[in-house]
Design a protein around this ligand. Structure first.
Ligand SMILES: C[S@@+](CC[C@H](N)C(=O)[O-])C[C@H]1O[C@@H](n2cnc3c(N)ncnc32)[C@H](O)[C@@H]1O
Length: 334
């Protein structure tokens, strides 16, 4: 294998899936856009800027944990482990694990799986240029397809990582289902899973991280990121949704342990989803949900592991106890 390879499974899924998904979302009783469609090159760059804002403690905390504990984490892995990442984004934090693995093994294979094809390609090339002993196999795909392809291309032990609190996009029970049905199914007994999970904390801290405060840069960036979902609908379907007619909305629900991120229609309006001929009506104040982010306490993390059929082997926290990294393995039958 060449030292950088790129597999694009998105061509296969193509426009049809996008059209079906966004049409279903925008014509549902409670409107939504699947969060994965927010991420193209622009969406990835906007998210990168979000992570650099002082209010966005999640990336800072996860980076702190990895900077400190990556050498300890890789000691828990089998020899010749490959690193697989779900939704790698700019992979900045991943570098701590890559460096620790290279230190331990001398060489390594990195398989980033991400739906934002161009951004993934750029990041894969950058990593390859930085680390001479790193083989990179970039997989442009939805998680499900990207994970399946591992069975064909990665025979050695694997550490699958899912950082950025992205597991929080799913309610706890669905997150366990996703791990059980899509991740465990491609794991062998010596493989491990490392998941970054945001912890429950004050509503003010969480709301601020998602841009609740008016006139802040993080709100502007979070708004632009959410609006990129509608922008992509316009671009890909030749739609005529007026982006300026939507405000940004986020609100942490303490009882649910979840923050909902949405766009709010500023007026009664309608738009046509171009090539589909579908007309969508938005009432004033109606929300279009972009994503949820579910938070956990330590007991809920144990329950997640158990429900997924995994065992929680070790946890690491940042100094302030805002965030956790969780190492999970398959349950070994006695
Ligand atoms: C919130 S960003 C996190 C990026 C990075 N893990 C971090 O912690 O900074 C989510 C990343 O996952 C990718 N992504 C989201 N949903 C996806 C899906 N269903 N399949 C593949 N990639 C996805 C996005 O393109 C984006 O790069």
């Amino acid at each position: 294998m060449e030292n950088t390879q790129f597999i694009n499974l998105l061509d296969k899924q193509g426009l049809d899936t996008f059209v079906q998904d966004v049409t279903a979302g925008l014509t549902a009783a409670s409107k939504y856009i699947p969060v994965k469609y927010v991420y193209d090159d622009l969406g990835s760059q906007l998210f990168e800027q979000v992570t650099q804002q002082p209010e966005y403690y999640l990336t800072r905390a996860e980076k702190e944990i990895l900077a400190r504990f990556a050498p300890e984490i890789v000691q828990k892995l089998a020899e010749n482990t490959a690193l697989v990442e779900l939704g790698c984004g700019n992979a900045v934090k991943t570098r701590f694990l890559i460096e620790a693995l290279l230190q331990k093994q001398g060489k390594s294979l990195f398989v980033p799986i991400d739906i934002a094809e161009d951004f993934l390609f750029t990041q894969s090339q950058k990593l390859r240029a930085t680390y001479a002993d790193l083989e990179v196999l970039g997989v442009a795909a939805d998680y499900h397809d990207g994970l399946e392809i591992l069975l064909k291309y990665v025979e050695q032990p694997k550490l699958i990582i899912w950082l950025g609190s992205d597991i929080g996009h799913l309610p706890h029970a669905q997150a366990a289902d996703m791990l059980r049905e899509q991740v465990i199914s491609v794991m062998n007994p010596e493989d491990k899973l490392l998941v970054g999970v945001d912890l429950k904390k004050s509503a003010d801290t969480i709301n601020a991280a998602y841009g609740s405060e008016p006139k802040t840069l993080i709100r502007e960036l979070s708004h632009a990121l959410a609006a990129n979902g509608l922008k992509r609908v316009n671009q890909r379907l030749q739609g005529d949704i007026v982006l300026d007619n939507f405000d940004y909305n986020c609100d942490y629900n303490d009882a649910l342990g979840c923050i909902e991120i949405s766009l709010k229609s500023l007026c009664d309006q309608s738009a046509t989803l171009g090539s589909t001929g579908v007309t969508v009506n938005f009432a004033q104040d109606e929300l279009v949900r972009i994503h949820h982010s579910y938070k956990y306490n330590t007991q809920e993390l144990q329950q997640l592991a158990q429900a997924a059929g995994l065992q929680l082997e070790q946890q690491w926290f940042d100094e302030q106890g805002l965030y956790s990294l969780n190492l999970l393995g398959l349950v070994v039958e006695p």
